[in-house]
Design a protein around this ligand. Structure first.
Ligand code: PHE
Length: 339
């Protein structure tokens, strides 16, 4: 009997565990109600008197070593768990960094800037709160000119001279006032018009306007530049210029690009014509050049202007312009893969 107990003691000494559960199973096996030790204690009364002392000592030794073992293993494993709690599981891979995305307006604006910078245009900017001169008068739109109604204007407070710019042509006026030709510049920026907000139009939106002034600039140069742009931007080289009117250009035209009628979307977007209007343009009116301090006898130039929002809606198949200013992450996150 005592030999059996010695064997158990040896087994207890050897035992190790890597989990709390295994230690608990070990404890139940030896120290539990129906465990080995209780069996030995129950056996005690059957042990002959002369052996009782040795038997009792052996059983106590087994009990002590089992108890010590359980406590030691538990301590070791629990302190390991504490470490884990403090530092986390150091073997886990790190949380991936979330990449942000560019706004579709920025994506399209950058594409346009990129295309024109390749043919020598620089970027110019100006204030969004403008005065009457830069937004209207210098652009051949004197006070009471009926064409002022083409762009419903927000005035700042009660001063009719200070307004939110209705187009970025105001930046071109500033640029001409401060630079002599040759001028090749594009002006991207936000503009404001007092219009009812709907899926198609907003009271603020974004434009890129271009200006090219030098000796001998002709309408053919304008058309060639626009064709280069539509080819690079949309992969479409077929354009047409329809006569139009802007006070600051003469002659003036609307530019349509042939989108095609291959898919149902083409059909819808172009209302069944295949043509899509994308911008206004024209030869800068000599009056405008003179207003800005440029000699109209020596120099001529062209200008064009387009809406970035409309192009973004078109290229990314967005159905409502209001989405561009709602800052809804579910919408914005969809542009992660674009530029
Ligand atoms: N400024 C015009 C607009 O906002 C666009 C334009 C710019 C037209 C340059 C012709 C030339 O509607």
């Amino acid at each position: 009997m005592i030999e059996t107990i010695q064997e158990h003691i040896a087994e207890v000494e050897k035992f190790t565990a890597t989990s709390i559960d295994a230690v608990e199973a070990f404890r139940i096996k030896y120290l539990g109600k129906k465990g080995i030790l209780n069996d030995f204690f129950a056996e005690f009364k059957n042990v002959p008197n002369e052996e009782k002392k040795a038997f009792g000592q052996a059983v106590n030794e087994l009990k002590n070593s089992a108890t010590e073992k359980v406590n030691a293993l538990k301590d070791a494993l629990e302190s390991k768990d504490e470490e884990k709690g403090r530092f986390g599981d150091l073997t886990r891979p790190a949380t991936p960094l979330e990449l942000g995305s560019r706004h579709p307006i920025s994506i399209v604006r950058n594409q346009i800037i990129d295309i024109f910078s390749r043919i020598g245009f620089n970027v110019s900017e100006g204030p969004e709160i403008e005065d009457d001169w830069h937004n209207f008068t210098a652009l051949n739109l004197p006070e009471y000119h009926p064409a002022r109604d083409m762009q419903d204007t927000f005035f700042v407070q009660t001063d009719p001279d200070i307004l939110l710019r209705t187009h970025t042509s105001s930046v071109q006026v500033r640029y001409m006032e401060n630079n002599q030709p040759p001028i090749r510049t594009i002006s991207p920026g936000r503009v404001y018009r007092n219009e009812a907000i709907s899926a198609r139009s907003h009271c603020f939106f974004h434009q890129v306007e271009g200006l090219y002034i030098d000796k001998g600039v002709s309408f053919a140069d304008l058309k060639q530049t626009l064709q280069y742009f539509t080819t690079e931007m949309f992969g479409k080289s077929r354009i047409r210029l329809r006569p139009s009117y802007f006070p600051f250009t003469e002659p003036s035209a609307e530019v349509d690009v042939y989108w095609g009628l291959e898919t149902e979307t083409d059909y819808k977007m172009t209302k069944g014509t295949g043509w899509l209007e994308i911008m206004g343009c024209g030869m800068v009116d000599p009056n405008v050049l003179e207003n800005c301090g440029i000699d109209s006898k020596t120099y001529s130039g062209f200008a064009f202007g387009m809406g970035i929002d409309r192009i973004a809606l078109l290229l990314h198949q967005i159905s409502d312009i209001r989405m561009l200013s709602e800052n809804d992450l579910r919408f914005l996150e969809q542009f992660k893969s674009a530029l």
